[in-house]
Design a protein around this ligand. Sequence first.
Ligand SMILES: Cc1cc2nc3c(=O)[nH]c(=O)nc-3n(C[C@H](O)[C@H](O)[C@H](O)COP(=O)(O)O)c2cc1C
Length: 252
Amino acid sequence: MASLLHLDSSADGSGDAVSRRLTALFARTWQARHRDAGRRCSYRYRDLAADPVPPLDTAYCALGRRAEQHGFPPPAGVPALLGGPAEARAWALTRPLVDELLAADTVLIGAPMYNYAVSALLKAWIDRVSFPGTFVRPDGTASPLAATRVVVVATRGGGYGAGTPLAGHDFQTPYLRAYFGKQGVAAEHVHVVSAEWTLAELVPDLADRREQAAASLAVARDQVAAHAHAEADRCAADRRPDARPDRPAGVA
Ligand SMILES: Cc1cc2nc3c(=O)[nH]c(=O)nc-3n(C[C@H](O)[C@H](O)[C@H](O)COP(=O)(O)O)c2cc1C
């Protein structure tokens, strides 16, 4: 069964958040595509603002160091390394997030730009889920994310296109591409859709950018719908019994 993990990380839960509206469009389109084709699918939603991932603590770091000392075991090997109740709690907060990511064919991320980077809510999820040995092993074992697709919906109040004055200030989308690449997601499996100048409607000084903002949003909506169709159809095509040989045992 094809599976989608949908993460939203805008702190704005009011319904105005552009990233949330676009990721909701993706999720609706993806699910409808499966429904219309008579295919079953699995959809998991995580709102990182409503249900924030706790920041890392000493116990997480101690357990992580122990995992590194013991050869970076996969998640199934971590419980044998637990050094007390605090580490057990740290792992209990971590493992479900890891399992959700490993189980997903497609990961959809709503990622607003905050101070030129991703939101702290998304960064907390990234830091926790990237437990040593989960995706990257020093022995070169293939990453369990090698076949995973990632669709990032990036929103930003200003414009960061090539040649614009702030082009060098985008630490949001290059960061996410670099991060998922280092976790073993193939570069061609990471798709980024951007909606720019989202503040133009609000900020009087940006009034001359309103047309550009509307055009950027229209393109983003089209791209989101196209990616949702493509991802749903690809999942269905890949769902042969041997389609995910890299997926670890025990992950559905
Ligand atoms: C805390 C905060 C920091 C922001 N920093 C930036 C920034 O550095 N650059 C920018 O272009 N927009 C910035 N913005 C504007 C947001 O990127 C913009 O409003 C975007 O649409 C937010 O995503 P959302 O609509 O999905 O909530 C910031 C907004 C907030 C709330």
